[in-house]
Ligand binder design. Structure first.
Ligand code: CTP
Length: 400
């Protein structure tokens, strides 16, 4: 998913190409983005707000006063990672270039703190007009990016330049723009472990745990979204993984996870160990299915390799190592101990006492336990937001 976790404001304006925007929204969401739609009243002549709110799963706003909860244009521009004006009519293009503010799209544009991408759509003669050319130049000078128009059949029946880029091309443009421009970790290599491990008892049974891998996958995606080249070593998990910027290595056991991680760590700048690795494995794996007997069954367990600790031992200066701790009591003291004994730079502490935190949930509540003795306690957040906070912390540490 090229746009995993990205927040996009789509501003739809009055051009016939607006009929393609429900498909554009669908493709942006399919690429992992969260999309909120605003529109001008002229856009409503070409596409129905109901269609756009249905595909975006959020209300669509056209007036500065629309909506009880989400009506603040400043908030909209701050919420988004990117504002996409598609299609951008000749009229809106002129208004944005000159700073007019007579509708919600213009108000959000003027207050947006995020980058703005503009996908113009108009007839060829309008597109070629010197006034439009000047407006395009002004928008560029003001720091906006223009998504190239396409050549082809136009609504007037003429064939020429001015068509809005196709939805798939717009999605690729947005993804390419975000990874090239927002990559605080561009050029960095990251290793993430995630999910449970399964330790085989016999050909049909294993020792495992309830980890789903959601947290680690979210971290891998957040690192990739910041431009890092990520190797995700993932135990048995059904979570979908974004393809963009993530090299996925699937493993089953703690030993396989260790082998893959030790290899990737050699060239990594960042390592985040979020996997719930089994601490013990059967000392022997039966090669045939163990049959039921009348006597109790004893399975001798031996310790697995502690991956975090091993990486801590070989860590070189400049490498940043992050571990997790899942605790039920003496949380902070135990996390501090892990930080020290495993030579980590940060421990992300999960407490099972917090409602909505831990295995299986879509939310998590964590505390950062760092080397400086300071604690940073985060509120209950979605796992995607916890991942972003962890990645922010990593980016700050690396650039400090
Ligand atoms: N970890 C690991 N390899 C293991 C066990 C744990 O890499 N074999 C990592 C986890 O990914 C996590 C951290 O170590 O980042 C803490 O794991 P946890 O199981 O909480 O700690 P343990 O050291 O195993 O201690 P305990 O189970 O006694 O709390």
């Amino acid at each position: 998913m090229q746009l995993a976790g990205r927040k996009i404001i789509l501003a739809v304006t009055g051009s016939i190409a607006a009929y393609k925007t429900p498909e554009l929204v669908r493709q942006l969401i399919k690429a992992g983005a969260e999309v909120r739609v605003i529109m001008t009243s002229a856009a409503g002549e070409f596409v129905s707000p109901l269609a756009l709110s249905t595909v975006s799963k959020h209300p669509v706003y056209a007036n500065v006063n629309d909506g009880a909860a989400w009506n603040n244009h400043v908030e909209m521009g701050r919420w988004a990672d990117v504002m996409l004006v598609a299609p951008c009519s000749a009229n809106t293009l002129a208004k944005l270039a000159h700073g007019l503010c007579d509708n919600l799209v213009c108000a959000v544009y003027l207050s947006a703190t995020c980058p703005v991408l503009v996908a113009p759509a108009m007839d060829e003669d309008m597109w070629m007009h010197p006034a439009t050319k000047k407006n395009i130049e002004t928008l560029r000078t003001n720091g906006n990016s223009i998504i190239p128009v396409a050549h082809g059949e136009l609504a007037s029946g003429l064939v020429g330049e001015g068509r809005m880029a196709e939805p798939a091309d717009i999605v690729s443009y947005v993804a390419g723009f975000l990874s090239a421009n927002n990559g605080r970790l561009a050029g960095k290599k990251a290793l993430v472990t995630a999910g449970p491990t399964y330790e085989r008892i016999d050909p049909v049974r294993f020792i495992g745990n309830f980890s789903t891998g959601k947290m680690g996958v979210a971290i891998a995606e957040a690192l990739a979204a910041e431009g890092a080249d990520v190797t995700l070593v993932l135990g048995p998990s059904n979570v979908d993984v974004a393809k963009n910027g993530i090299n996925l290595v699937r493993v089953e056991s703690a030993q396989e996870m260790y082998d893959a991680s030790a290899n990737a760590f050699k060239s990594a700048d960042i390592a985040v160990m979020s996997a719930a690795v089994a601490d013990y494995k059967p000392a022997e794996v039966a090669d045939k299915k163990i049959k039921k007997q009348n006597e109790p069954l004893d399975i001798k367990l031996e310790k697995t390799t502690d991956i975090l600790k091993e990486l801590g031992t070989v860590k070189k200066s400049g490498q940043l190592l992050v571990g997790f701790a899942l605790e039920t009591d003496n949380e902070v003291a135990n996390a501090r101990k892990k930080l020290e004994t495993k030579n980590a730079d940060l421990i992300v502490l999960n407490s099972l006492q917090d409602k909505g935190a831990g295995f299986g949930h879509d939310t998590n509540k964590v505390t950062f336990v760092g080397k400086d003795d300071k604690l940073k306690e985060l509120p209950l957040l979605s796992k995607a937001d916890v991942a972003k906070e962890i990645v922010n912390h990593i980016a700050e540490q690396l650039n400090a």
